[in-house]
Design a protein around this ligand. Structure first.
Ligand code: ZN
Ligand code: ZN
Length: 332
């Protein structure tokens, strides 16, 4: 039996460990990918910490997969052997629920999430439903492309849901998604204000290098009011801070899948038509739009590369804010 190396999660609150798993074979509609790189995401940490409660176990995490097609299963003909594709968090949908039928496949009632319901990309090989894979822009190397697939796609959906009619944009939490979306917003002529963990000078310098107009602590008031704010850090009190910083009619969009509780706040902060909303997952349309836009900006991803065996270490460094930009696991 052929095997592959993978970093395996046996149960929440345990460490990833290296394992030899049977090499999977592509089933109907699937492609088998030789993984070249896989991005590391905050959602992986939420799964590791048991905050997302329904993972397949044991599990291979990782949902920003850049891989090469090595096998197409029965009925799969979209890609050729050797094609490079990307696999995002939305691994499949039922295609039949009310949300799928309304063009809201991101809200599907019976979705399959990559690296959660099925094994993901912290492994030498991975299976994917070919309908949910994306061709990737050639301008990006494997490790540069990986963060586009969640930080980029979901960041882009978060940004888009802030609306078109904005001049000043705040970004709370300046990690992988923020560093990509700051570039997109600057390209569109917005003024961008970046908020980091208090005292995180490295993240603030990093934000300024991405072209933002101002960077400060999340406890600070920005020099001018915001038309919209994107909250990427999973920290509920930031929603209130962001509301306080917005103009009348301002929009606060929460981009994460999990967040600590939002504290009670006076209605006056929400009044005057301010809006709080969340973003869930992505649609394939988001992916197609964003992957066409990224090379035009052009978005540059700042990546810290880890070998497969250090996927768990990459997650802990993400938790502790020990690097700027995005972490990516690179396969040999
Ligand atoms: Zn993600
Ligand atoms: Zn559905």
């Amino acid at each position: 039996m052929q095997t592959m190396r993978a970093m395996l999660l046996d149960a929440p609150h345990t460490s990833l460990h290296l394992a030899n798993l049977p090499l999977p074979a592509a089933g109907p509609g699937q492609v088998l990918l030789k993984v070249r790189a896989c991005g590391v995401c905050h959602t992986d940490l939420h799964i590791l910490d048991g905050e997302l409660a329904e993972p397949k176990l044991p599990l291979v995490l990782g949902h920003q997969i850049v891989g090469t097609v090595v096998q197409s299963g029965p009925g799969a003909g979209r890609f050729r052997t050797g094609d490079r594709v990307g696999v995002p968090w939305l691994g499949a949908t039922d295609g039949t629920c009310r949300y799928c039928l309304r063009g809201q496949e991101n809200l599907c009632e019976d979705p399959t999430f990559t690296g959660y319901h099925v094994d993901g990309g912290f492994a030498e090989y991975s299976l994917a439903d070919e309908r949910f894979c994306f061709p990737l822009p050639e301008a990006y190397s494997d490790v540069e492309a990986a963060p586009l697939l969640c930080a980029g796609l979901i960041g882009y959906r978060t940004y888009r849901l802030a609306g078109d009619n904005l001049e000043t944009l705040g970004i709370y939490g300046f990690g992988a998604a923020a560093h990509i979306i700051a570039q997109v917003a600057k390209h569109a002529g917005k003024k961008v204000y970046a908020f980091t963990r208090p005292g995180d000078a490295a993240a603030q310098e990093f934000a300024l290098r991405q072209g933002v107009d101002w960077a400060g602590d999340s406890t600070q008031t920005p020099p001018e009011k915001l038309d919209a704010a994107l909250v990427f850090a999973p920290v509920g009190p930031l929603v209130v801070a962001a509301l306080k910083a917005t103009h009348k009619g301002g929009v606060v969009v929460c981009g994460g899948i999990h967040m600590s509780d939002i504290p009670a706040f006076p209605y006056s902060l929400l009044w005057e038509e301010r809006v709080i909303r969340s973003v869930a997952n992505l649609t394939r349309k988001d992916g197609e739009e964003f992957l066409a836009l990224a090379p035009q900006v052009p978005v540059r991803t700042d990546v810290k590369v880890f070998p497969l065996e250090q996927a768990g270490e990459a997650l802990e460094q993400l938790r502790n804010g020990q690097f700027t930009g995005a972490a990516v696991v690179k396969l040999e």
